[in-house]
Design a protein around this ligand. Structure first.
Ligand code: SAM
Length: 284
């Protein structure tokens, strides 16, 4: 049986239909599954956390390559399927919950035994919450090595560009602050059932030991970036005055001049370091 037939068989056996509102697109391409696991560099020294295992297609290959795999799946219907499918694997664990509500720091602490050297996140993410999941994984400063995930192609280019270059969005800075992002490969929509409307891309974020820059107030840095992008068609200076980061245009111009920032520069043209300088200036 190939992966397409196996997936169809499991869905029929359990009378299961994909739930679109949970972002369910099941992988049916064996090469893609193997390439995701290869990209994640998972080994027998690793604890893997898989988000949204679905029917367990990716899980199966992860179980064969990792020391332990903990899956977090929101859809109750999948739990019975996964428990039956992997009952002979003693390195499999499933949690029925919304990943956004799980205390991942605690989960890692509880499961990181002495024979586990690294913790890695691997997933074919539900696309409707790609961004909040990735930001949670980064902002909670988890003790992890990397995040290898499949996401929509256009989101991937926003996450993996260098700030200031093409496709920069406010999230670009968050990803770049915490990690070294890489595009691994594209996946056509024919690799799933049902087929999503968009092309997908596998990305890998190698987590940095320390954030890329040091600032006085990290929370304020990201607030500043968020406000800057709220009116990204305007000049950054106007966006920051309108967003009440500066009291008035004069104080904004004074700051821009001191930091040697072009008064006409736009939000997406600043480097992370320049946002860092701006943030520290405002916090001094
Ligand atoms: N890993 C499977 C595969 O590659 O075939 C399924 C991937 S599917 C794109 C996304 C999975 O995430 C679904 O199984 C869905 O039920 C699950 N999911 C959706 N929202 C979730 C959430 N908030 N927390 C955990 N899992 C979620």
């Amino acid at each position: 049986m190939n992966l397409y037939e196996e997936t169809k068989f499991i869905m029929k056996k359990y009378n299961l239909f994909a739930n679109k509102s949970l972002g369910q697109n099941f992988l049916i391409d064996e090469d893609v599954v193997n390439n995701i696991v290869k990209s994640s560099d998972v080994s027998k020294e690793d604890l893997v956390i898989e988000i949204g295992p679905g029917l367990g297609t990716l899980t199966k290959v992860l179980l064969e390559n990792a020391k332990k795999v903990i899956c977090i799946e929101l859809d109750k219907r999948m739990i019975e399927i996964l428990e039956n499918r992997f009952k002979l694997y003693d390195n499999f664990k499933i949690i029925n919950d919304d990943v956004l509500k799980v205390d991942l720091n605690n989960l890692i602490k509880e499961n990181k035994s002495v024979d586990i050297k690294h913790v890695k996140i691997v997933a074919n993410l539900p696309y409707y919450i790609t961004t909040p999941i990735i930001m949670k994984l980064l902002e909670e400063k988890l003790n992890i090595d990397s995040i290898t995930v499949m996401i929509q192609k256009e989101v991937a280019s926003r996450l993996c560009t260098i700030p200031g270059k093409k496709d920069t969005g406010s999230i670009t800075y968050g990803v770049y602050y915490y990690s070294e992002p890489k595009i691994m490969f594209d996946v056509p929509n024919t690799s799933f059932i049902p087929e999503p409307e968009v092309t997908s891309t596998v990305i890998k974020l190698d987590i940095l030991k320390e954030p890329r820059i040091k600032v006085k107030d990290e929370k304020f840095l990201f607030k500043l970036i968020k406000v800057s992008f709220m009116q990204k068609r305007k000049t950054l200076l106007n966006a920051l005055v309108n967003g009440h980061i500066f009291e008035n245009k004069e104080s904004a111009e004074k700051c821009f001049n001191e930091l040697r920032l072009d008064l006409k520069i736009r939000a997406e043209n600043l480097s992370l370091e320049e946002y860092g300088d701006l943030s520290d200036y405002l916090k001094s």
